[in-house]
Design a protein. Structure first.
Length: 88
C-alpha cells in the first residue's frame, strides 16, 4: 500500500476511472446486444435506431479514451455493414 499522499490520490483516481470505464463498456455491450437482437428479429426500424445509438455511444467512448478511436470506427463500420446487408 502506498504511503505517499500523491500516490494514495492516484490510486483513488484510477479506481474512479476504472469504475467509469467498466460502466461505459457494459452499457456499450448492452446496446450492441439490442442491435443484434433487432437484426435477428428482422425489425429494421428498431435496428436503425439502435445503430444510430450505438454509433453515438461508441464515438463518445472513443472521445473519452475508454476504447481506442480506431476500434470504435471499426465497430461502427461492421455494424453498418451488417445493417445494410440485412436491409437489402
Amino acid at each position: 500500500m502506498a504511503n505517499i499522499k500523491s500516490a494514495k490520490k492516484r490510486i483513488r483516481v484510477i479506481d474512479k476511472k476504472t469504475a467509469r470505464n467498466r460502466r461505459v463498456k457494459g452499457h456499450l455491450k448492452a446496446i450492441l446486444k439490442s442491435f443484434d437482437a433487432a437484426i435477428e428479429a428482422g425489425d429494421m426500424e428498431t435496428a436503425k435506431e439502435k445503430l444510430a445509438l450505438a454509433e453515438k455511444k461508441l464515438m463518445q467512448a472513443a472521445a473519452k479514451h475508454t476504447i481506442h478511436k480506431n476500434a470504435a470506427s471499426r465497430k461502427v463500420s461492421r455494424l453498418t455493414k451488417r445493417f445494410n446487408k440485412a436491409n437489402a
